[in-house]
Design a protein around this ligand. Structure first.
Ligand code: PMP
Length: 408
C-alpha cells in the first residue's frame, strides 16, 4: 500500500471518475500525457473568467494582472528546477520546441562542418530530428551512443564516442519508450571534461523526481508541461544565463524586441528575447500551479508507489501472460512497461483494451530507431502515475488475458 492517501490524491483528478465504453477508466498512458489536478484546471478557468488580457506593455489593470501572473509562473518554474535566475526560464510550446530553439539558435551560431552532436539510441524523435536538420544545414555529424540488450546506455561506447570533436551531448534523462533512467550526472560531468555542452531532455524525468539544474550542471534542460500535471502547449527551456545571453534570438516578432526600425532591430533582454509573439498565458499560469502542486507533494513517496505499481504489473504480466516480451529492463527503470505479446499485434491490443476502458499506448512511441534496434516496429506501452492503483493493474492484466484469448 502507498505511503500517502491514494484516494485523496485520486479525488483531485476529476477525469478519473469517468467511464469509457461503459467501464471505469483505467488510465495507463501517463508517459504520453498525464491527467490534470483540479488546482491546475481551476487556475486556468479562473484566469479566463477574471483576468484574461494580453500581457506586457498594457497599462490597464487586466493586462498588468495577466503580466504579473505570467511572470509569477516563471518564478514558480525557476523554483521548480532550482534555476539561478528567472532569466534562465524560457517558455516554449514544449520539449520539442525547446530543442528546436537550441538547435537553431545555439547550434547555428556555434557549430561548423565537422563538429559532432552526440545523442543516444533511445532518444525521442524530438531529440533526433532537429539535429538531423542542423546536420543537413551545417554539415555537422550526428553520432549515436548504442544501448545494451536490457535497454541501458552502453557506457563504454559512450566513453569512446565522447571525444573532443563532440560539441554537444543531447541526451534524455529517462526514456519514454523503455523507461531507462540514464546516469545523467555522470554523463554531464564526462561531457564537460571533454569540453562539450550538454542538453538534457527531461520530459520524462520531471514528472517523477525533483530536478536541480544547478546541481546537475546541465547547460540546457528541457521539459513539457503536460507530462508533469500541467497543460499542453507550454514547456520550458532552461539554459545557463551566459549561454542564453550570447545566443541570437530564434523567432522574431512582437514581445522579443527593444527598438524596431526598418533599418535595424535591437532585441529585448532575457527571457523575452526568446519569446516572440503573444505567449500561452493561461497555460504558463497552469504550469506554474502544477509546479507548485508537485513541490507540495512528497515526490519520493509518489515515486516509490509508481515503482511498486511497476514491480507488481511486471510480475503479474510475466506470470499471467506467457510469451510476453518486455522491452527495456534496465535496473532502476521508470514506471513504463513496453511489451509485445506473441500473436497479437500492438494495434489490436490497443483497440481491444480500449473496449474495456483501459487506455494504453501502442505504436513506435516517437522512438522508431530504438524499437527498430530491438527488432520490433511497434509495442504496447503501459505507463503509470502515482494516482494508479493495484486494482487497476489487475483490471489491465485481466484485460490483456481476455484480449489475447480473442486474438490468438
Ligand atoms: N522527449 C521525450 C523523452 C518525450 O517522452 C517526449 C514526449 N513524448 C518529448 C521529448 C516531446 O515532448 P512534446 O511532444 O511535449 O514536445
Amino acid at each position: 500500500q502507498p505511503d500517502f492517501d491514494l484516494q485523496a490524491l485520486r479525488a483531485q483528478f476529476p477525469i478519473l471518475q469517468r467511464q469509457v465504453n461503459g467501464k471505469p477508466l483505467v488510465y495507463l498512458d501517463n508517459a504520453a500525457t498525464c491527467q490534470k489536478p483540479l488546482a491546475v484546471i481551476e487556475a486556468m478557468d479562473q484566469y479566463y473568467r477574471q483576468t484574461n488580457a494580453n500581457i506586457h506593455r498594457g497599462l490597464h489593470t487586466l493586462s498588468q494582472e495577466a503580466t504579473d501572473a505570467h511572470e509569477e509562473a516563471r518564478g514558480k518554474l525557476q523554483k521548480f528546477i532550482n534555476a539561478a535566475s528567472h532569466k534562465e526560464i524560457i517558455f516554449t510550446r514544449g520539449a520539442t520546441e525547446a530543442i528546436n530553439l537550441v538547435a537553431q539558435s545555439w547550434g547555428r551560431a556555434n557549430l561548423k562542418a565537422g563538429d559532432q552532436v552526440l545523442v543516444s539510441m533511445m532518444e525521442h524523435h524530438a531529440n533526433i530530428v532537429p539535429w538531423q536538420q542542423l546536420r543537413d544545414q551545417l554539415g555537422i555529424e550526428l553520432k549515436v551512443i548504442p544501448i545494451l540488450e536490457n535497454g541501458s546506455l552502453d557506457l563504454q561506447a559512450f566513453e569512446e564516442l565522447m571525444t573532443e570533436k563532440v560539441k554537444l551531448l543531447a541526451i534524455t534523462q529517462v526514456s519514454n519508450a523503455l523507461g531507462t533512467v540514464n546516469p545523467i550526472t555522470q554523463l554531464v560531468r564526462q561531457a564537460h571534461d571533454k569540453g562539450a555542452l550538454v542538453l538534457v531532455d527531461g520530459a520524462q524525468a520531471v514528472p517523477h523526481q525533483a530536478v536541480d539544474v544547478q546541481a546537475l550542471d546541465a547547460d540546457f534542460y528541457v521539459f513539457s508541461g503536460h507530462k508533469m500535471y500541467g497543460p499542453t502547449g507550454i514547456g520550458v527551456l532552461y539554459g545557463k544565463e551566459k549561454l542564453l545571453e550570447a545566443m541570437p534570438p530564434w523567432q522574431g516578432g512582437g514581445d522579443m524586441i527593444d527598438i524596431v526600425t526598418f533599418e535595424k532591430t535591437t532585441y529585448a533582454g532575457l527571457p523575452h528575447k526568446f519569446e516572440a509573439g503573444t505567449p500561452a498565458i493561461a497555460e504558463a499560469i497552469g504550469l506554474g500551479v502544477a509546479a507548485d502542486w508537485m513541490l507540495d507533494l512528497e515526490l519520493g513517496k509518489l515515486a516509490a508507489w509508481e515503482h511498486a505499481l511497476l514491480d507488481y504489473a511486471t510480475e503479474q504480466m510475466q506470470t499471467e501472460l506467457p510469451g510476453l516480451r518486455i522491452l527495456g529492463e534496465a535496473p532502476g527503470k521508470a514506471a513504463v512497461i513496453s511489451f509485445v505479446l506473441e500473436g497479437a499485434h500492438a494495434q489490436d491490443l490497443g483497440l481491444l483494451t480500449d473496449q474495456l476502458g483501459i487506455a494504453i499506448r501502442t505504436g513506435h512511441h516517437c522512438a522508431m530507431p530504438v524499437l527498430h534496434h530491438l527488432g520490433v516496429d511497434a509495442t504496447a506501452r503501459a505507463s503509470f502515475a502515482a494516482y494508479n492503483t493495484l486494482e487497476e493493474v489487475d483490471v489491465f492484466v485481466a484485460g490483456l488475458k481476455r484480449v489475447r484469448e480473442m486474438l490468438v
